[in-house]
Design a protein around this ligand. Structure first.
Ligand SMILES: [Zn+2]
Length: 343
């Protein structure tokens, strides 16, 4: 059973390739954070090593070991350091040494399974040298190894590497499907499932983690409250905030992109409320307040704000001066007035 949910076309494509034994030796799975990229990668690693007839079965010894991260032939390379002295620390790039290590391992036969699987999480963070080194490995496919690259931003990966991979793009899934799965499969209470599925922006992984760990929702609300404060704040406070975000961006890009997505979703909801499409609003817990804001601005103003955030994200991707980009974004978004009612 594939554990990734809401991605039927991807799953049926993979099932067909498995049946015909034409599975690619390299994949590039792209999509937003918490959409299910790692879940799908682990599913694929299970599928190629599963001991039963309908892989991945999720029950055989091999499937269970892979799911628990204990299979000798499945290796995850990520920005989280595995070095004991730096345990838990986040690095800023995947280096050529990481890829050389893979090259060494790939030349050896599988230790306990049928195939080796190398999952590279945050593949956009590979240094140029690392990407070139990986390219050489991908150019000489080894029959008993599969490479699975995961990324939130494929445009940062060299085209030469992308062209060697089968591309799988995971898109946000319907709120109703997330809600149903939380309730029926994970036994989450209806009210909680309803709010979390909407706040998840179509990313099941986020909704499930937040259902199981209250801190995730608290953290989200704290970040969203800060965004709401800044949207209502004057230029001086906004510029100070831009400076703080810029410093954070140099250490942890993903965290800043997360915050920008929160901004984007606030403005998306303001647009939906302005146009009367209230059923699709994500931030339902602060809907009344966002409705007041939507009454105080015209559609062109809302569209400009959304555009400003999207452009800022694009400029940051292109490695423009982050402080300048964020300051321009702050200038382009109108200051919204009215009482802030925090949750
Ligand atoms: Zn199995």
């Amino acid at each position: 059973m594939w554990r990734v949910i809401g991605q039927e076309s991807v799953v049926s494509l993979l099932n067909r390739s498995l049946e015909k034994k034409t599975l690619s030796h390299a994949f590039l799975i792209s999509g937003p954070n918490h959409i299910g990229k790692m879940t799908l990668a682990v599913d694929i690693a299970q599928a190629i090593n599963c001991e039963r007839d309908a892989p991945p079965c999720n029950e055989c010894e091999s499937c269970l070991k892979i799911q628990q991260g204990k299979h000798a032939d499945v290796q995850v390379i990520s920005l989280i350091s595995e070095n004991e002295e730096e345990e838990g620390k986040t690095r800023t790039e995947i280096s050529i040494d990481d890829i050389r290590q893979i090259q060494h391992t790939v030349s050896l036969p599988p230790f306990e399974g049928k195939h080796k699987a190398f999952i590279i999480e945050g593949a956009e963070s590979m240094s140029i040298e690392a990407a070139n080194c990986l390219l050489k490995t991908l150019e000489e496919p080894v029959t008993q190894a599969v490479f699975i690259l995961l990324t939130t931003n494929a445009s940062l990966i060299p085209e030469t590497v992308i062209s060697r991979c089968q591309k799988i793009s995971l898109n946000p899934i319907a709120v109703a499907e997330i809600e149903k799965t939380l309730i029926t499969v994970y036994d989450i209470e209806m009210q909680k499932a309803s709010v979390l599925s909407r706040l998840s922006h179509g990313c099941f992984g986020w909704a499930l983690s937040a259902a199981q760990d209250d801190k995730i929702l608290e953290n989200f609300i704290e970040k969203r409250n800060r965004a709401l404060e800044i949207i209502a704040a004057g230029l001086q406070e906004r510029f100070n905030y831009a400076a703080t975000l810029s410093t954070q961006f140099s250490k942890d890009r993903a965290a800043v992109y997360d915050i920008m997505d929160i901004w984007l979703n606030i403005w998306r909801d303001i647009l939906l409320l302005k146009t009367g499409l209230t059923e699709s609003v994500n931030n339902i817990d602060i809907e009344e307040w966002l409705r007041q804001w939507s009454a105080g601005i015209d559609i062109a103003g809302i569209r400009n704000s959304i555009q400003a955030i999207l452009e800022a994200k694009e400029q940051l991707n292109l490695n423009a001066n982050s402080r300048l980009v964020l300051e321009v974004m702050m200038l382009d978004i109108p200051v919204m007035t009215g009482n802030i009612v925090k949750r």
